[in-house]
Design a protein around this ligand. Structure first.
Ligand code: UCC
Ligand code: FAD
Length: 589
């Protein structure tokens, strides 16, 4: 009675209603598409073993890893201590204990090792990708150094594991936390992160013992607490001559510290103040006599580091797909707890329509990621056909650019699903949006990757496109016995035909035309390919009705934007000139 008489909001009472918060469940068990994908593709024995490990890992994420991930942003952000008490330059990057624990845990879980041990033959890569997919949103961005570590291991393997790099390879792929190394990837300089060939001012001076010293300034170096790095430098010959452009660049291996723990000719000038990825130390580095080993043939720096770029771009797609999945799963949880206008939000059809649209995007991104991982696994075990190899080359930039953009949109929509709470820092949700924004920038911006797609088409003399057309066709053939899939299949086939027509006519229109079409072309490739994967998955006898529904929804969008834009004359020189006038109206430039 006394309780009833007390006024709410009096003295220490702060109201009686408290919203139940969304809880993180085992992300492996909650992911219906992931489970059905694995059931569809993995051989039974691999499926059994992998599922057991993934379920265990999913639980470890809930019980241990997720809070460590939050700690990486909350405890203290990376700091740079440039001097010790006595004025000596030490350039120590201080990271929090949780960040260090992530490194140990990554080794324990074999997050890199899994892919290189190849215990499950070609499926090892896919299983590693799935583990990283579960881990990413809880990793406190530790997947950033892991991406580069994986990329460095891949470069060494691609170079044929030269003796001088075998030790580094062992460290990068170790399961022993005391032995495990992470790697950096130092490409970007002040003049250019996209145009690396003209932006690289770092000079590499040969020494009599065959090694080099590097002098330059690296403008962005992430996870600078790493043990080693791969970097680009311009070779200086004995007469002091250099070669400008890409032909002057070589690839170098360096260890960040020597055996006494002293920095190897490196000064950390400052840590970057970033919108997101705040847990990751990203530094500007002065290279002043860094001891390094050239690991590519002279002038083959960009070509040699491209195998690292391929891996890190796939990691970018992992983070993108995983961020979408995580925000949807949390929003789904929340919608079953938040009660408004007389019912739970999950019972408001408009809210569920919003979430269903996010779900379609997330499923599409996931299947594209899995396809890239599957193809990579085949390539790494010498089981890839020529078509598989061409397809992998093409799908890697497509997956990076498309899923990165999707992630920003879906995570943003996801925050809105929590109303005002989605904007509150202590929910952890805003960090997801801040972090997602980087996915379209680092590892190549959307435009640069669109141009990379053209590079792959030109270099293969169109073979990557032939592989693409064949693969889409094969994916769609799977649906012939499923009447509910006839309409999406017909739409996708029509879009494919438009794309074929476009590529044929584009061949006669010159490089300026294709450059202007590059982004729409990339989006068309992405939309059609993802659509074909959704259809192929839905046609599987074990798939659910929702898979069919998802393929139907996907196919309702404009699947070939490049076609419509071309018809409207968007890639003509007149349009380019009008674009310029529009953007720079009233500006003196
Ligand atoms: O941002 C960075 C790290 C962030 C932290 C890690 C996060 C990982 C995600 C984790 C999620 C949590 S590191 C910096 C990333 N930077 C970039 O991505 C650079 C973007 N710019 C480009 O991609 C440009 O297109 C360049 C640098 C590749 C352009 O260089 P060039 O030298 O002007 O290009 P060329 O002349 O066309 O190519 C030189 C050679 C050619 O080989 P050859 O001579 O045999 O014909 C190309 O075919 O390199 C080859 N090549 C490639 N090969 C170029 N790109 C590729 C490719 N993608 N694949 C295969
Ligand atoms: P620019 O190349 O100057 O591009 C500016 C704009 O111009 C972009 O929108 C781009 O799309 C557009 N553009 C450029 N060229 C063309 C073209 N030909 N056609 C059409 N559009 C074009 N780099 C590293 O090497 N190592 C790292 O560890 C690293 N970590 C990073 C961490 C963070 C948080 C960030 C934000 C960046 C990091 N980077 C790193 C740098 C990153 O890779 C570059 O910022 C990125 O590649 C873009 O290069 P840029 O900044 O020089 O932009």
């Amino acid at each position: 009675v006394l309780e009833e008489l007390r006024m709410p909001f009096s003295r220490s009472m702060i109201g009686s209603f408290f919203q139940e918060q969304p809880k993180l469940g085992n992300q492996f068990l909650e992911d219906a598409l992931l489970q059905s994908y694995l059931r569809k593709h993995l051989p039974p024995l691999v499926l059994e073993q992998a599922s057991r490990d993934l379920e265990r890992f999913g639980q470890r994420i809930v019980e241990e890893i997720n809070s460590l991930g939050r700690e990486c942003e909350l405890t203290y952000l990376p700091q740079l201590q440039q001097y010790d008490a006595w004025g000596c330059r030490i350039d120590r990057i201080i990271t929090c204990p949780a960040w260090k624990r992530m490194k140990e845990l990554s080794a324990e879980e074999g997050l890199i090792a899994e892919a290189y041990e190849r215990k499950y033959s070609s499926w090892s890569r896919l299983i590693q990708v799935v583990k990283l997919y579960l881990y990413s949103p809880s990793s406190g961005l530790f997947t950033c150094p892991l991406a580069m570590t994986d990329g460095a291991a891949k470069v060494i393997e691609t170079l044929g594991s030269p003796v001088a790099l075998q030790d580094a390879f062992k460290h990068l792929t170790s399961r022993d936390p005391n032995q495990f190394w992470t790697s950096g990837q130092w490409m970007t300089e002040r003049k250019g992160g996209s145009d690396v060939a003209h932006g690289t001012e770092t000079m590499a001076y040969p020494k009599p013992d065959g090694t080099y010293t590097l002098h330059g300034y690296k403008w962005f170096t992430s996870a600078t607490d790493s043990d080693m790095s791969l970097t680009l430098g311009r070779m200086v010959d004995e007469q002091g001559h250099i070669i400008q452009g890409t032909k002057g660049l070589s690839l170098f291996y360096l260890e960040v510290r020597d055996s006494k723990g002293q920095l190897n000719g490196i000064e950390v000038q400052r840590l970057k103040d970033k919108l997101g990825t705040r847990q990751v130390p990203t530094a500007e580095l002065l290279l002043d006599g860094v001891k390094a080993m050239r690991i590519s043939p002279e002038g083959r720096g960009v070509a040699s580091i491209s195998s690292m770029l391929s891996i890190t771009r796939i990691h970018n797609a992992i983070f993108s797909a995983a961020s979408m999945r995580r925000i949807i799963n949390l929003a789904r949880e929340y919608a079953s707890k938040r009660f408004v206008f007389g019912k739970l939000i999950k019972d408001h059809p408009l809210h569920i329509q919003t979430m269903a649209r996010m779900e379609v995007e997330a499923r599409g991104a996931f299947l594209l990621l899995m396809e890239v991982a599957r193809l990579l696994g085949l390539e790494e075990t010498n089981m890839a056909t020529e078509q598989d190899q061409h397809l992998l080359r093409l799908l890697t930039p497509i997956a990076k650019l498309y899923t990165g953009k999707q992630a920003v949109a879906v995570v943003s929509e996801g925050l809105e699903c929590f109303g005002g709470q989605g904007y509150m820092e202590d929910t952890g949700l805003p960090a997801m949006l801040r972090d997602a924004q980087v996915l379209t920038i680092w590892e190549g911006t959307t435009n640069i990757l669109s141009l990379d797609i053209l590079r792959s088409v030109i270099k293969s003399q169109g073979q990557v496109l032939s592989a693409f057309f064949s693969a889409v066709q094969e994916n769609l053939e799977a649906s012939s016995n499923v009447p509910e899939l006839s309409q999406p299949t017909a739409r996708l086939l029509q879009a494919l035909q438009h794309l074929k027509d476009f590529t044929q006519s584009a061949g006669t229109k010159g490089s300026n035309f294709m450059e202007l079409a590059a982004r729409d072309f990339a989006y068309s490739l992405a939309k059609i390919f993802i659509g074909s994967l959704l259809v192929e998955h839905a046609a599987w006898a074990g798939a659910t009705d929702t898979s069919i529904y998802c393929a139907q929804r996907w196919s309702e969008q404009d699947l070939c934007p490049v076609n419509k834009a071309e018809v409207s004359g968007c890639y003509s020189s007149e349009t380019a000139s009008m674009d310029r006038q529009l953007v720079y109206e009233k500006s003196p430039l």
